[in-house]
Design a protein around this ligand. Structure first.
Ligand code: BES
Ligand code: MN
Ligand code: ZN
Length: 491
């Protein structure tokens, strides 16, 4: 697939383009650089004919006019009422409409309609992401005959000066990362196995010069990862601990660690899940896919920062060898765990990954991400991911990056009262804390393994994919994490 080119021009000449994306404000007014071309007449004719209203959300494609081969009119309503959600939705519909035409090189003046609280860089970021993500098409390995859509559109130009090229680069790297995240997550579990994730990581290591380490079952048993291995023991599919290291910063600078849950299929184990919708548990490696997507973006962007990835990956299967409710295991940290529900497996693999990560890399910060709890969907739905952590500055920085990108996080609390819900009579802790506050008690469990490090946890159960007619991975939260790391690299 050829990459879409993005460029900037401070004073673009309309005639250089075959397509114009033209915001029309409530009063029928146009952007100043579009004034001179007799476009105003054209637009008022289109409005008079009843084909278009300058109201927010309305779009209209006008083609083969004397003035222009193709104009995508975009109603933006009252400039002062524009908000982030509406703007992003406009970007997405414009990207879709334009890429369904024969448009080859287009000029977007949509930056002009940005929300009042945002700047031009933000608007260009959102447009770049929308155009790039609109081209996403999952192609399954065995669907050899499936021809990916042909793209006419080659280039998009924004009216801006060269300083916008940085944000364009970040948006493109983010989109490339999201594509990998979506491909891995959408791929069914009989293809996307722990071994497949490990192979993907190793291929990326080769391509971008990351260091990689893959641990197999025998090594992990020997090291004492009794918690992770208790989840993996029910399945025949070999589990893997996948690590990548990106050295963009100073040698010896402690890295930021990204840890991602990589359950390539979650049946629940002996605490078997109900059948309806179980196919969606192929997405239970969404955390792992996000970490790999972020690393893809790092490889493209090369920010001045050290980052490591640690991904525990396994299936969660019921079998004669599977772990059973009431069984007690010893984690790599030495703490013992009574497994009261084998479906709370994410925390069981993450706790050993968190310990292994600290022992191996001495990171200055750890951010883990996981499709961890159904309770998170009850609390926040499908729009916002949960963030919890033991370092308020880290949580604040993550929230700030999430607001910038509109890939949003919302904080939930940690507190000793919730931790008490994990009490067990037979081990240091139970792996479940009852129905109340399920997202928090899951994070309290992880907090017991990150006492000595700055740590934040992202529960992406509601945001990593969408169900229903448009079922598919979203590529979230790659945008927020790339933004966070870029900010961390800059200071
Ligand atoms: N992977 C699931 C969480 C999940 C469920 C994510 C549905 C997205 C959609 C996780 O392993 C799980 O099963 N969690 C249990 C925990 C419970 C047993 C304490 C849950 O949320 O029901
Ligand atoms: Mn589960
Ligand atoms: Zn799970």
């Amino acid at each position: 697939m050829t990459q879409l080119q993005f460029s900037t021009q401070s004073t673009p000449l309309l005639h250089d383009f075959d397509t114009l994306i033209l915001p029309v404000f409530d009063n029928g007014k146009l952007h100043c650089s579009a004034n001179s071309e007799g476009l105003e007449n054209l637009v008022s004719r289109v409005i008079k004919q009843g084909d278009f209203e300058a109201k927010s959300g309305k779009t209209c494609l006008v083609t083969a006019t004397e003035a222009f081969p193709r104009i995508c009119l975009v109603g933006v309503g009252k400039a002062e009422e524009m908000n982030e959600k509406t703007y992003i939705e406009l970007c997405q519909s414009v990207a879709k409409i334009v890429q369904q035409t024969g448009a080859s090189n287009c000029l977007s003046l949509l930056t002009d309609a940005l929300p009042k609280s945002k700047n031009g860089d933000w608007a260009i970021y959102q447009q770049t992401l929308a155009f790039s993500n609109n081209r996403y098409d999952y192609v399954h390995p065995s669907r050899g005959a499936h021809k990916p859509a042909k793209h006419n559109l080659k280039s998009v130009c924004f009216e801006a000066d060269k300083s916008a090229l940085n944000i364009i680069k970040q948006a493109q790297a983010t989109a490339t990362g999201m594509t990998l995240t979506k491909d891995l997550a959408n791929m069914p579990s009989n293809f996307c196995t722990p071994t497949y994730l490990a192979d993907t990581a190793e291929a990326m290591a080769k391509q971008y010069g990351f260091e990689s380490t893959i641990l197999d079952r025998a090594e992990m048993i020997k090291m004492g990862m009794g918690s992770f291995m208790s989840v993996a023991q029910g399945g025949e599919e070999p589990p893997k601990m996948i690590s990548l290291s990106y050295q963009g910063g100073k040698k010896g600078d402690a890295p930021i660690a990204l840890v991602g849950k990589g359950v390539t299929f979650d049946t629940g184990g002996i605490s078997l899940k109900p059948g309806a919708g179980m196919d969606e548990m192929k997405y239970d490696m969404g955390g792992a896919a996000t970490v790999l997507g972020v690393f893809k973006a790092l490889g493209e962007l090369k920010p001045a920062i050290n980052v490591v990835a640690v991904i525990p990956s396994t299936e969660n299967m019921p079998s004669g060898d599977a772990i059973k409710p009431g069984d007690v295991v010893t984690s790599l940290s030495g703490q013992t765990i009574e497994i009261l529900n084998t479906d709370a497996e994410g925390r069981l693999i993450l706790c050993d990954a968190l310990t292994y990560c600290q022992q191996t890399y001495q990171p200055k910060k750890i951010i883990d991400m996981a499709t961890l709890t159904g309770a998170c969907i009850i609390a926040l739905g499908h729009h916002i991911s949960a963030v919890l952590g033991n370092d308020q500055d880290l949580v604040n920085d993550l929230i700030s990056a999430s607001q910038t990108t509109y890939d949003r996080f919302w904080q939930m609390p940690l507190s000793d009262e919730y931790d008490e819900q994990l009490k067990s009579n037979f081990a240091d802790m139970a792996n479940i804390g009852g129905r109340p506050a399920g997202t928090i008690t899951a994070a309290q469990f992880l907090a017991r393994f990150t006492k000595d490090v700055s740590w934040a946890h992202l529960d992406i159960a509601g945001t990593a994919w969408v169900s229903g007619a448009n079922k598919g991975a979203t590529g979230r939260p790659v945008p927020a994490l790339v933004e966070y790391l870029v900010q961390a690299a800059n200071g």
